[in-house]
Design a protein around this ligand. Structure first.
Ligand code: HEM
Length: 506
């Protein structure tokens, strides 16, 4: 939610002018008499919107600064949106696990998101109800269950080999120096693309698809009129642009949907087509309460969700993971030793990964310290309720702030330290699903927990293991200290994108 680039003083003036109008209308709808959690005082109408925007900080940094003053639950008013931030393990457990049924829906969509989500026809955006149940059940049972995951092993093996070749080629061309995020992103995207469409694509097509998806993500960045709809008259150019991007997305993706449909109708006609894909499950999808299956536009939206949900998140984890292995060479050596003693001279296979206790500890620690997103997706309550004695109205955005839990000194010894051994010694542990208590929640917890959890951890484990097996990773420039500052770019990536020096293992 990096708003700062949008805002100039002129908006402040504009907002003040228009605020009188909004004030008049919003008084009727206003949440009077509610006992909302505390929060920084804001201006009439715009609330804290301009304070956040003009702070020049990413939204997560702004929230981090407020925590010492306002504690585990607080409110930010962003124009017409009320954000209630939860930053405490116990409260999050109460909301998402103990009272999960109540906190499991999503808030209303802004107009741009409504267009791209086909009016909430995705797993992540759907309101709690029959559409969400049908879409989520289909995704989990037909794509992400452990038995289904096994069927895509060939795709993963292929992508891992290509990842190593790509890194090696980049190092050869650049004196042993490589960018980490780019290669991890490409490998993950290739896996998800193959799972999603079941078609072979050349590098140019993959690049085109990736550019398209990135353009969509940028178009979905929040705008000021999402918070102050009365200003939407000043954003007609942006609205037109969003429609154009949506059309371009449809024009780009629908031919692949048709190609897959043809391949299924005429088995054997496309030799590169795989036996199974996410699209196949969607062609036949029966959605509770609907007579017909998804339209082409809806299929585009659902495929984009599958690709976007798993690409940047996974790649971001790899970037932070490699950074920590460089900053902690003893961890990297220990991991390499485990790999050697488990597989000897052959390539790490995903079947080995379960046996590698230290690798799993490294990945867990990495997700605790660096959850790829600092907020889970926004939740909302299905009916008005109370939490910690405060009112939670149905039109509030309930935001779950993840680092508050993973770095809580009441829950973790030396939380700032990257220390995979904390899990090995048996002194500390955490159930990543949060059922037994929330101590870290990189995938969220409760009924809306990330359905890609098992696949994502498989990808992160496998990629890190292969990358460490093949190369020794050190800093670039040599001996330099790694800067662990993060910045928001859909996920929280490293502010200075990680470059590393690599040496093939003997
Ligand atoms: C390291 C990788 C990943 C991380 C850290 C991650 C994290 C998250 C988080 C924090 C949420 C929000 C949970 C909530 O609303 O409380 C989420 C939801 C979701 N994720 Fe992931 N995710 C990852 C990979 C994936 C993958 C590989 C897929 C599928 C291809 C995926 C698909 C989804 C979907 C569809 C939702 C929405 C679930 C719902 O609303 O019911 N994610 N993820």
């Amino acid at each position: 939610m990096d708003l700062s680039s949008y805002y100039h003083l002129i908006f402040t003036l504009l907002a003040v002018l228009v605020s009188g109008v909004i004030f008049f209308f919003s008084r009727k709808a206003g949440g009077k008499g509610l006992n909302l959690p505390p929060g920084p005082p804001g201006w009439p109408i715009v609330g804290n919107l301009f304070q956040v925007a003009r702070s020049g900080k990413s939204f997560f940094m702004y929230v981090e600064d407020l925590r010492p003053k306002y504690g585990p639950i607080f409110t930010l008013r962003m124009g017409t949106r009320t954000l209630i931030i939860l930053a405490d393990a116990k409260l999050i457990h109460e909301a998402l696990i103990e009272r999960g049924a109540l906190f499991m829906t999503r808030p209303r969509e802004n107009p741009t998101r409504a267009v791209f989500s086909c009016y909430k026809f995705t797993v992540n955006a759907a309101l709690y109800g029959p559409v969400w149940r049908s879409l989520r059940r289909n995704m989990v049972q037909n794509m992400l269950s452990s038995s289904r995951l096994k069927e895509f092993k060939g795709i993963r093996d292929d992508a891992m080999d290509k990842l190593i070749d790509r890194i090696r080629a980049e190092a050869m061309a650049n004196g042993g120096v490589v960018w980490v995020l780019k290669s991890a992103r490409f490998a993950t995207f290739c896996i998800l693309l193959a799972m999603c469409f079941g078609l072979e694509m050349d590098e140019e097509t993959i690049g085109g698809m990736d550019d398209m998806m990135k353009t969509v993500l940028i178009t979905l960045d929040p705008r000021i009129d999402d918070y102050l709809p009365a200003l939407s008259m000043f954003f007609s150019k942006e609205r037109r642009r969003a429609q154009e991007v949506r059309q371009a997305q449809l024009d780009f993706v629908i031919p692949f949907i048709e190609k897959r449909r043809k391949a299924l109708e005429n088995p054997g006609s496309d030799k590169s087509a795989t036996s199974f894909s996410y699209l196949d499950t969607l062609f036949d999808l029966k959605v509770e309460g609907r007579k017909s299956g998804p339209t082409n536009a809806e299929l585009v939206t659902l495929c984009s969700e599958f690709l976007n949900g798993g690409t940047d998140t996974t790649a971001t984890a790899i970037e932070w993971g490699i950074a920590q292995l460089i900053a902690n060479p003893h961890v990297q050596s220990k991991l390499y030793e485990e790999i050697r003693s488990t597989v000897g001279d052959r390539k790490v296979d995903e079947k080995d990964v379960d046996k590698m206790v230290y690798l799993n500890a490294v990945v867990k620690e990495l997700l605790r310290k660096h959850p790829p997103t600092y907020f889970s997706l926004t939740h909302a309550v299905t009916e008005p309720t109370k939490l910690a004695g405060y009112d939670i109205p149905t039109d509030a955005n309930v935001e779950i702030y993840l680092p508050a839990v993973g770095e809580d000194p009441k829950l973790w010894k030396n939380p700032e330290k990257f220390d995979p051994d904390r899990y090995i010694s048996g002194n500390e542990d955490a159930d990543i699903t949060g059922v037994k208590g929330v101590k870290m929640l990189p995938f969220g917890v409760g009924r809306r927990i990330c359905p890609g959890l098992a696949m994502a951890t498989c990808h992160v484990n496998l990629m890190l293991a292969r990358m460490v097996q093949e190369f020794e990773w050190t800093a670039y420039p040599p001996e330099s200290k790694i800067d662990f500052t993060g910045k928001l770019e859909f996920t929280v990536v490293m502010k200075n994108a990680l470059r590393a020096t690599i040496k093939p293992r003997a």
